[in-house]
Ligand binder design. Structure first.
Ligand code: UDP
Ligand code: MG
Length: 315
């Protein structure tokens, strides 16, 4: 049963070793929100910090009942932190932001305004990004590829600052490092995704938590996600067609060689023979992989259907 609550705005903030920024962030947030105009809660998620972040937050929580603090015993990654924050969020609007003061709380009213133009998720766009080039250039490439492959026309998928309608955060499944693709996840569930340019500040305290491996990880995650997006419920369409292609190619080569053999050619030393055999074997394997995947899908077909909130499901 849904918990009854008067909260309209939930701000979810995952943090990992950000002791230098948290207090200042809280003060900045207070300048933007107004409990009479829009009852709010701040959900801080401590992703297993090992510095003084947790003490800072515990002290702040004592003085403000609108602060909720969720603490992981050990570091689980930003996606896990966001995911638990999403579960906890009670507001109609859910805003996420980074804890390192790079995202600007003053953008929250603008995000709400944009969301109400008819979106379910509005993603911030760090149009003027204050990060080193080693970060911004690969990130541009990554965003371009994600946009082209997913068909979502936005510029910045991985901005920490985003706003969602509550039903979006309750429906998307976040784990691993999927926080980079939240707009894709939402889009896959049929939600309307928008974008708004937002201010972005340089990092003042502490250091970034993501090294350059993020781009390889990000690319692999993207491939997985796109595969899911297109073939989750019909894997045979992918494996079957690749398998058929390989099988037919292999068979054609073998038929060609067989004709030659009947005409007295020695084919045992021809590289083409290996290619033909490989084609047939790979084709059969891909085909079986497709069949197996279909069986797994059927057995576990609990894929969530993207139903709108106002659907009349009860008979
Ligand atoms: N973060 C987290 N868990 C992690 C890594 C990062 O909660 O394992 C938080 C971090 O404290 C910050 C946000 O995620 O609030 C974004 O991280 P960061 O600023 O390092 O990313 P960047 O801005 O460099 O992309
Ligand atoms: Mg940052």
């Amino acid at each position: 049963m849904k918990e009854k609550t008067d909260i309209i705005l939930s701000v979810v903030i995952p943090f990992y070793n950000e002791e230098g920024s948290l207090e200042e962030l809280y003060q900045r947030l207070l300048k933007v929100v107004d409990k009479d105009l829009m009852p709010y809660e701040f959900i801080f998620v401590d992703d297993g910090s090992t510095d003084k972040s947790n003490q800072v937050m515990c002290t702040l929580r004592e003085s403000d009942s609108r602060i909720r603090l969720i603490t992981f015993r050990r570091n689980q990654g930003k996606s896990a932190a966001l995911s638990v924050g999403f579960q906890a969020a009670r507001g109609k609007y859910v805003v996420t932001m980074d804890a390192d003061l790079q995202d600007d709380p003053f953008e929250i009213p603008n995000l709400i305004g944009e969301l109400n133009k008819g979106f379910d998720l509005v993603s911030g766009w760090k149009k003027k990004r204050n990060d080193p080039l080693t970060k911004t250039i690969p990130s541009k490439l990554f965003n371009k590829v994600t946009s082209v492959l997913s068909g979502i026309r936005i510029h910045d998928f991985n901005c920490g600052l985003k706003i969602y309608r509550n039903e979006v955060v309750k429906e998307i499944q976040m784990y691993g490092e999927r926080h980079r693709f939240v707009p894709v996840l939402a889009y896959m569930q049929g939600f309307r995704v928008g974008e708004l340019p937002v201010k972005h500040h340089p990092r003042l305290h502490g250091k970034t938590k993501f090294g350059s491996y993020r781009f390889i990880a990000g690319f692999l995650d993207l491939v997985t996600l796109l595969f899911r997006m297109k073939f989750l419920t019909k894997p045979m369409h992918l494996f079957g067609s690749l398998g058929l292609l390989s099988l037919l190619g292999g068979l054609m080569i073998l038929v060609y060689l067989t004709i030659g053999w009947f005409h007295g050619q020695w084919i045992g030393n021809r590289p083409l023979l290996h290619i033909g055999v490989l084609g047939v074997v790979t084709g059969v394997q891909l085909f079986t992989l497709g069949l197996l995947s279909e069986m797994i899908v059927e057995k576990s077909s609990r894929t969530q259907l993207p139903l709108r909130e106002d659907s009349d499901l009860m008979l």
